[in-house]
Design a protein around this ligand. Structure first.
Ligand code: CP
Length: 318
């Protein structure tokens, strides 16, 4: 694996899952693989789970880890070429990226959608520059359009809990006070389509995801109907994708909050969310605290998904 930015990079899902379950049984088995190798984790945005789980995964593989918070202590970075840099940005990514590449063997990057331009975000402008100019294998720790380490962890979690080979999985929009990127729902949809589950996406009109991510999913605008017979409910907020509302909150309808009454429509479904979650906006206390909530196992599996990816990138180094 040269880089890891989407589901295609992981190849055969069955093989990836088997590798994940093997690593989960003995996460220190490959401790020699990363000896004297350095992972650099570059954060343009905040994180709790990704930072901790990815660092832990690299340490399990015997790696050294450097963490750079771009917005705390580093020079402010310009990302667009051709800009006259007479403002507050002291360094350009085009120098900063190859410099970072000098100090490490692998690079993980977190760079969210800016919501300034759909084209800029959906071209993955920042992540692409890291792949082009660092000279190192790069993996996404959530980029503008996808969060593949999260989706891989979600897939592992579903496989561990499903009772039927092809469960009904429902991705539901839920309200949130701020505009959030589409990276998690896009990526979740991409991985659920690749897994060939019975996959349904439900959201209010106006929150349609990009068609390339919806893929073969059924879109249902009636949330209650979508929940009927579901085995897994995956809640997430996202801002509008369609122009002219790209990146905007078009409503915050609290009627879409996941509650116990809606969960009762399902096939005793598990509740999932990537975290962090706004309680009693996205989901009620009762549902997230219920025995059917998988939010902690999902977070725990972030260490495993990261370890599979970093292991494969290490194995591909020359
Ligand atoms: N789910 C997730 O990526 O969490 P963080 O934003 O805390 O890393």
């Amino acid at each position: 694996m040269k880089h890891f930015t989407n589901v295609r990079d992981i190849g055969d899902l069955h093989a990836a899952l088997q590798e994940a379950f093997d690593i989960k049984k003995d996460r220190f088995r490959y401790h020699e693989l990363g000896k004297n190798k350095t992972l650099m984790m570059v954060f343009f945005n905040s994180s709790l789970r990704t930072r901790l789980s990815t660092q832990k995964a690299a340490m399990n593989l015997g790696m050294n880890v450097i963490v750079l918070d771009v917005n705390q202590g580093a020079w402010k970075l310009e990302t667009e070429r051709g800009v006259v840099m007479d403002g507050d940005k002291s360094e350009h990514l085009l120098e900063a990226i190859p410099v970072m590449g000098c100090y490490c063997d692998l690079i993980g990057v977190r760079s969210f959608a800016s919501f300034e331009s759909r084209e800029y975000d959906y071209n993955e402008t920042v992540l692409s520059q890291f792949m082009k100019y660092s000279g190192r294998p790069v993996f996404s720790m959530e980029a503008a359009t996808r969060h593949p380490l999260q989706s891989f962890a979600d897939l592992i979690t579903i496989e561990e809990h499903k009772k039927t080979p092809r469960p009904k999985v429902v991705l539901t929009w839920a309200p949130h006070p701020k505009a959030l990127p589409q990276a998690v729902p896009n990526s979740f949809a991409e991985w659920m389509n690749a897994a060939d589950y019975d996959f349904v996406i439900t959201h209010p009109e106006g929150y349609e995801l990009a068609p390339e991510f919806v893929g073969n999913a059924r879109v249902e605008y009636d949330q209650r109907k979508a929940f009927e017979g579901a085995d897994f409910i995956y809640a997430k907020n996202w801002a509008a994708y369609a122009e002219p509302n790209y990146g905007k909150v078009i409503h915050r309808d609290r009627a879409w909050t996941v509650d116990a009454e809606k969960m009762a429509l399902t096939n005793d479904a598990y509740f999932m969310h990537c975290l962090p979650v706004r309680r009693n906006m996205i989901v009620t206390d009762e549902v997230i605290e219920s025995p059917r909530s998988l939010v902690i196992p999902e977070a725990a599996n972030r260490e495993i998904s990261a370890q599979v990816v970093i292991k494969r990138l290490l194995e591909s180094l020359p």
